[in-house]
Design a binder for this molecule. Structure first.
Ligand code: GRF
Length: 199
């Protein structure tokens, strides 16, 4: 890694399709100055881990079970090391100020709804139950609220007649897999520019 790289840590919990979108973007040279330095998963059985390993990424499993919240966050911080940007890509744990203060405005999350609508679990199911005509995906900065931090970018996805939560979520993910890498490129480019301006 050179000084021009912006080191990114990715936190995952599950399937890892958003992680895969980031890995694919990096492999194809379209992640800008962002370099995925480490992938951390809180769920030992998650398929996301194999995706990271297949891309030869440094991978850590930091299980939240059996640890206090503070000890869990300390272990995450240690595994992250000196990254410049943290991406929550389907990371299903809430982070507190203890963690977030280490990375001010440097932690982003992707959520499958047009926030502030439908925060929390089963966002696609919530959108269908509410009769929404349009849903989508939001990438936002993470603060201590659940899915409530400042919005960076959104993409809309129509809710179709007869949609199931799984079908809607799958169509939202098509957009999510484009939007998240795009935002990472933008933020990493900004970090790289700020760094260059200071030297
Ligand atoms: C994504 O849709 C993300 O928005 C939500 O959880 C899902 C994770 O999917 N927070 P994956 O693990 O990236 O496939």
């Amino acid at each position: 890694m050179t000084d021009h790289n912006v080191a990114v840590g990715v936190l995952v919990s599950g399937t890892g399709t958003n992680l895969q979108a980031l890995l694919d973007a990096e492999a194809s040279g379209s992640l800008g100055p962002a370099a995925i330095q480490v992938v951390i998963c809180n769920n030992p059985g998650a398929p996301a881990i194999a995706r990271a390993q297949a891309a030869n990424k440094t991978t850590h499993v930091v299980d939240h079970r059996g640890r206090s919240r503070a000890a869990f966050e300390d272990a995450l911080l240690e595994a992250l090391g000196a990254v410049d940007l943290v991406v929550l890509a389907g990371f299903m744990r809430v982070l507190t100020g203890h963690f977030l203060q280490r990375f001010p405005s440097r932690v982003v999350n992707t959520h499958p709804s047009l926030l502030p609508a439908f925060p929390g679990l089963d966002a696609a199911g919530q959108a269908i139950a509410a009769g929404a005509a349009i849903s989508g995906v939001t990438v936002h900065f993470v603060d201590t609220t659940v899915d409530g931090g400042p919005i960076i970018a959104q993409a809309q996805v129509p809710v179709l007649p007869g949609d199931t939560p799984a079908a809607l979520h799958a169509r939202i993910q098509v957009e999510e897999h484009k939007l998240l890498p795009r935002v990472v490129v933008e933020l990493a480019s900004r970090i790289a520019r700020d760094r260059a301006a200071r030297t």
